[in-house]
Design a protein. Structure first.
Length: 444
């Protein structure tokens, strides 16, 4: 009679698994940070590149291609404008000119630019050097007064009746773009009546008296909006920006542009990057001295948070500005406070006699859960800020802060917890490894 085959029980060496897991995660972290500092060619010819995105000191400045410095921290482009008016502008006209120029610059994404009124009634705009793209002159010197006219040239709508404007691709080729215009209530009524009257004819879109396009009217357009095709990419973008900003009182004559120093002074970028690096080192030392092995893991996660936050800021085109840095480092501070609260709770439980593993579990259910609630609430606030001010400075800050907070939430609530578990398995849960100043167990 055949005997049943008994399988040999296989035991898994949990310490070996934990060691391999930690080694792999450390290697991935080193590789990610290294790529952040050096970048990488994605093909053999170097046509496609992953740009470095982590700010560094020294002569290596390629990271500034991914995180373009703003006017406060990087080289600037200084432009001078003279109004094309016979008489000096009134105070109201000067204020409106500054508002329109500032709105157009911000719409391009240069949130930290500055527009000033100089003696003699001229204007000066200080922008990041990267703003010199060959198109900005026309965008800033044009008066920007749009009108709609019938085939006889009679104007029936002005920019005052336009509530919003945008642009987008209008055909499958991807080379033809259209302007999308939405009217206010009065504009909706007038445009509906005129397009009903002009079916089979055309209307003209004019800028400062010059006809841009004259599309045909195939049917009455009574929904309060219109999409006008026939533009290349850059003109479509410029016209949409001008429509959103409104017209200036007068057109401007652009003087010679010149290079300028950062608004906060020469060398400010290097000093700031060095100062932030020192801040991180001091925070890491505090955590390691205070929480020892647990503090080392926490410093590791904080480093990953910074690297990811800068990476996402580069993807969003946030630039290297004070607004971006404020968002990233406030999120860093929020994660740091959550981690410190968590480990302080662990230390208290360890001093009372609990094991580190049990103390960690209890802490994530106590102060750790409170930190989770706070981070989630802050992220919700950031979402609301972005909805309210998507294109403004506050909206840009909300985007960077929200993404960085979300990164910190995942790292502190998931990654940190999992890595600490593997660390406990590999090195054991001796209290001296995770809590400084533990001399004896206190009775509960």
């Amino acid at each position: 009679m055949a005997k049943p085959v008994t399988g040999k029980k296989v035991t898994v060496n949990r310490r070996a698994v934990s060691a391999v897991t930690l080694i792999v995660l450390i290697a991935l972290t080193v590789a990610f940070v290294w790529l952040g500092m050096t970048g990488m060619n994605l093909d053999g010819q170097g046509l496609y590149k992953l740009l470095p995105w982590l700010p560094t000191t020294g002569t290596e400045t390629r990271w500034q291609d991914a995180l373009v410095p703003g006017a406060e921290l990087g080289e600037t482009l200084v432009m001078h404008f003279t109004p094309e008016a016979e008489n000096p502008l009134t105070e109201e006209e000067q204020a409106e000119t500054i508002r329109v120029i500032s709105a157009r610059i911000r719409d391009l994404g240069w949130q930290d630019s500055r527009v000033e009124l100089l003696e003699g009634g001229t204007f000066r705009a200080t922008l990041p050097k990267a703003a010199d793209d060959g198109h900005i002159d026309h965008l800033l010197d044009a008066k920007g007064e749009f009108t709609l006219a019938d085939p006889e040239g009679n104007e029936f709508l002005t920019g005052a009746n336009i509530a919003s404007a945008g642009f987008g691709v209008s055909d499958a080729s991807g080379t033809d773009f259209s302007l999308s215009i939405a009217f206010d209530e009065e504009g909706r009524r007038i445009f509906g009546e005129k397009t009903t009257e002009l079916v089979g004819q055309s209307i003209s879109l004019k800028l400062d008296g010059e006809t841009l396009v004259s599309p045909g009217v195939n049917m009455p357009l009574t929904e309060g909006g219109v999409s006008i095709p026939g533009f290349a990419l850059e003109p479509a973008r410029e016209y949409a920006i001008m429509l959103r900003s409104g017209p200036m009182p007068y057109a401007l004559e652009v003087g010679q542009a010149e290079a300028g120093a950062p608004a906060l002074g020469e060398g400010v970028t290097g000093r700031l990057v060095l100062a932030l690096f020192v801040v991180f080192i001091l925070v890491a030392l505090f955590l390691i001295i205070r929480q020892r092995l647990g503090g080392l893991v926490a410093a590791w996660m904080l480093l990953v948070q910074l690297a990811l936050s800068y990476f996402f800021a580069a993807l969003m085109g946030a630039g290297f500005t004070l607004v971006t840095l404020a968002g990233i480092w406030l999120a860093f501070l929020a994660m740091l406070l959550g981690v410190v609260m968590l480990f302080e709770d662990v230390q208290e439980d360890v001093r009372r006699g609990r094991s580190v593993r049990q103390a960690l579990k209890e802490s994530y259910g106590g102060r750790g859960h409170g930190a989770l609630d706070v981070l989630a609430a802050l992220i919700a606030v950031c979402v609301l800020v972005v909805i309210v001010d998507a294109q403004g400075v506050i909206g840009s800050f909300g985007k960077v802060l929200g993404v960085s907070l979300l990164t910190g939430l995942v790292l502190s609530q998931v990654a940190l917890r999992l890595i600490l578990r593997e660390t406990l398995t590999l090195f054991g849960d001796r209290s001296a490894l995770y809590a400084s100043g533990v001399t004896k167990k206190e009775e509960v």
